[in-house]
Design a protein around this ligand. Structure first.
Ligand SMILES: [Zn+2]
Length: 482
């Protein structure tokens, strides 16, 4: 059925006149420009083998960044980086040769040599340590330890916190010669070769070197009395690593509101090459990335500009620990207090959720933490998508996705996904041919509509009063100077 122009105008004016619906754009709008074919086209390039899994850092990641920037340019977005569309983080990549690492544990007359591959030693300063006595402590005891461990080898089970080695290093009051963090489950092992160094977050001078030990035999030997540890660890090779967020902005039309911002992001990195296999990361998170590209193109092509400005951003380094979003949080291009909402997209192409098919549905992290989901629920009603709260994962993943950096500073920020878990998650077969593009187009249209509604609403989204949102609500008050 086709509606006549006058019927459309009438429908539009009716919906605009309805109470509480002032912000909603009609369902037939810029979002209709979003097509399954376009999403598939972009993704077939970004997740092709040529890009070698877009590891951080890699040539494949740089190629992806250039492609995304080209699409933002094509859409006519304003460049918002320090180098055109690129926000550049000038970091270093460090890698140590296996020959520059020896660590031995002597216990009960036996010597166990820990291979380089069974330890993670992400520090630059060289260590030369003869057989030295071991002091074993719990994580809490280690944090409180005084001079009794100075010059000793401090052995501590790794706490289940992100970046445990850095956290312990920075919190230690004592000056042990070496810290051995026991992590036989490999939770704090480097993903990929070497590690990244952010020059703004280097270890303080004199900080203890922390070796994370993944070797079960050596870990067991460290349990016995009279154990000593010896180590010779050389300086790693360092090279410059230029990491880039890709940022474009669609300027708002409202004279006052255009200086406020709604952010849409997705991470464009993935795992690179692991065990000789390219991990293409089509759903994770090529899908979110191409949705950002096509929403930008659709909204920028519309004659009617949103009232607020919309910031489109592709993030680096999510797979290594939310690096790109955290970098943006520390180096915001647009004032955070003027950033009214942030929506991050993750895994929106696969409908074969590990817990059952998810067609015509999407879920959000922090589902009842702020009023942002309300806009998306309404947008979902207009685009045939049901938004739902996952009983466990909606809360659990709130702090594990790229929305976290902005939420921490008080900006209402969420991650939208179709499936939290899917069969090829972080596997070598997360390929573009396996996505449901018709469903993905529907989800992407919903996001475009929701984004427009937030951008057109003169009222800002707010954190709610649910207890789990309390720290973010508090951060929000601080951000606004309340
Ligand atoms: Zn992801």
């Amino acid at each position: 059925m086709r509606l006549s122009l006058s019927a459309l105008t009438l429908a539009a004016s009716l919906s605009l006149g309805a109470p509480g619906a002032g912000a909603q754009v009609p369902a037939s709008s810029a979002a209709d420009r979003i097509s399954a074919d376009s999403l598939r086209g972009h993704l077939s390039f970004l997740s092709s083998d040529l890009l070698e899994g877009r590891g951080t850092p890699s040539r494949g990641l740089d190629l992806a960044a250039e492609y995304i920037a080209a699409q933002f340019r094509r859409a006519g977005l304003e460049a918002a980086g320090d180098d055109g569309y690129f926000q550049t983080a000038n970091w270093q990549h460090a890698q140590r040769n296996a020959g520059d690492f020896t660590l031995t544990v002597q216990a009960g007359g036996k010597t166990i040599a820990v291979p380089h591959s069974a330890a993670t030693a992400n520090f630059v300063q060289p260590v030369t340590l003869g057989a030295t006595g071991v002091v074993r402590m719990t994580w809490q005891e280690a944090l409180a330890a005084g001079p009794q461990v100075d010059g000793k080898v401090l052995v501590v089970p790794a706490a289940a916190v992100p970046d445990a080695a850095d956290v312990l290093r920075d919190a230690l009051k004592a000056r042990p010669a070496l810290v051995v963090l026991v992590d036989t489950r490999g939770q704090h092992r480097n993903r990929g070769e070497g590690w990244l160094i952010d020059p703004e977050q280097v270890a303080p001078a004199g900080a203890a070197p922390v070796v994370v030990l993944h070797d079960a035999a050596a870990a067991a030997a460290l349990e016995s009395a009279g154990t000593t540890v010896a180590a010779t660890i050389g300086v790693p090779q360092l090279r410059a690593a230029k990491l880039r967020n890709v940022i474009g902005v669609l300027r708002g039309a409202d004279p006052a509101l255009k200086n406020t911002y709604v952010m849409l992001t997705a991470h464009y990195d993935h795992l690179g090459i692991r065990n000789g296999e390219i991990h293409n990361g089509a759903n994770d998170d090529g899908s979110g990335t191409v949705a950002v590209i096509d929403i930008a193109a659709a909204l920028a092509a519309d004659k009617a500009r949103p009232r607020r400005s919309i910031v489109f951003m592709a993030l680096f380094g999510e797979e290594l620990g939310l690096l790109g979003s955290r970098y943006y949080g520390r180096h915001p291009v647009f004032p955070l207090k003027d950033t009214v909402a942030h929506l991050n997209l993750e895994q929106i192409g696969r409908t074969d959720d590990s817990e059952g098919a998810q067609v015509g549905t999407a879920t959000l992290t922090g589902f009842d933490y702020s009023t942002v989901p309300d806009y998306l629920k309404k947008a979902g009603e207009r685009s045939g998508v049901r938004l739902w709260k996952h009983a466990a994962n909606s809360d659990r993943y709130f702090a594990r996705s790229d929305n976290q950096a902005l939420a921490d500073v008080g900006v209402p920020a969420h991650t939208l996904a179709v499936a939290f878990g899917f069969p090829d998650y972080h596997g070598k077969d997360d390929d573009w041919s396996k996505l449901d593009y018709d469903n993905m187009a529907r989800i992407t249209r919903m996001v475009a509509l929701g984004l427009q509604d937030i951008a057109n609403d003169p009222a800002r989204p707010q954190w709610t009063n649910v207890p789990k949102a309390a720290p973010y609500r508090e951060a929000g008050r601080k951000l606004m100077g309340e």
